[in-house]
Design a protein around this ligand. Structure first.
Ligand code: ADP
Ligand code: MG
Ligand code: MG
Length: 250
């Protein structure tokens, strides 16, 4: 599903990712944990194709294709879903209009017909319920004036409607109260399948007690420095990141 080899990337000539390796198979849930400033958001933005970042080395394969040869829109149409730490607001475009356009672009890319209005309405109502998103937020402009929790629920709502092959969620848990956190986890858990993979990027262990990852990776200073099973998340919660930071420095 995803193969990252020796990835190096810079922001304004400062190297941030310094030889990152990661491989994910279909159906797997991986978590990347790491201290602030270790490059977690940089990784998600580089994979999304954000122009503010320069890839200076390495390669990434997504579903058998060279990711960096694909335009950002093409990545999305091909089934890569990105959820960001700070979801963007799109004034003037209603949430449901935006979602329908994105869904139809993905369907066309798969050689399927556009969804009919009745099925679309049924789908969005069902999925909004999964994540506890209020129906009124469907008509509002995307994320405009949404609270932090509503933005994150909306992000997962989009995920459940778009049914991507790979979802990368950056700090989806940050700033969420426990109800919103459970709603987000519910959305992700309902979408888990043998074909779909998730990469959860998080600073805290909290989300991982609701979404059980198959693998946990520790990221420090632009690299994965340790990988293990879900027990690694608990170990980090107990010991903190300093152990890994010291190892990295040594
Ligand atoms: P994380 O998500 O793990 O907290 P980030 O990927 O956001 O880390 O940041 C990694 C490093 O890149 C940090 O040292 C941060 O200060 C730096 N950085 C992020 N964005 C910029 C930017 N626009 N210009 C310069 N440095 C940046
Ligand atoms: Mg940060
Ligand atoms: Mg971040």
């Amino acid at each position: 599903m995803l193969r990252i080899e020796n990835l190096q990337a810079s922001i304004e000539d400062s190297p941030i990712l310094k030889g990152l390796n990661l491989a994910m198979e279909p159906g797997e849930v991986h978590a990347i944990m790491g201290p602030n400033g270790s490059g977690k958001s940089t990784l998600s933005k580089v994979l999304a194709g954000d122009e503010g970042y320069t890839v200076t080395g390495g390669k990434v394969e997504f579903d058998g294709q060279d990711l960096f040869a694909m335009e950002p829109e093409e990545r999305a149409r091909s089934g890569l879903f990105m959820g960001f730490q700070y979801p963007v607001e799109i004034p003037g475009v209603s949430n449901s209009y935006f979602l329908k356009a994105a869904l139809n672009a993905a369907r066309r890319a798969r050689g399927e017909e556009e969804i009919d209005p009745v099925s679309f309405l049924k789908l969005v109502r069902e999925r909004a319920q999964w994540v506890g998103l209020d129906d009124s937020l469907l008509k509002r402009a995307v994320n405009s004036g949404f609270s932090g929790g509503e933005k994150k629920r909306n992000e997962i709502f989009h995920l459940t409607v778009l049914e991507p092959k790979l979802a990368i969620l950056d700090e989806t848990d940050s700033g969420l109260d426990i109800d919103a956190l459970k709603a987000v986890a519910e959305g992700v858990n309902r979408m888990r399948s043998e074909q779909r993979s998730f990469l959860l990027i998080t600073h805290y262990q909290r989300l991982l007690s609701y979404i059980e990852p198959d693998y946990v990776h520790v990221m420090v200073n632009g690299r994965i420095v340790r990988s293990g099973g879900k027990e690694l998340a608990q170990e980090l919660e107990d010991s903190g990141y300093s152990l890994f930071e010291d190892e990295e420095a040594a």
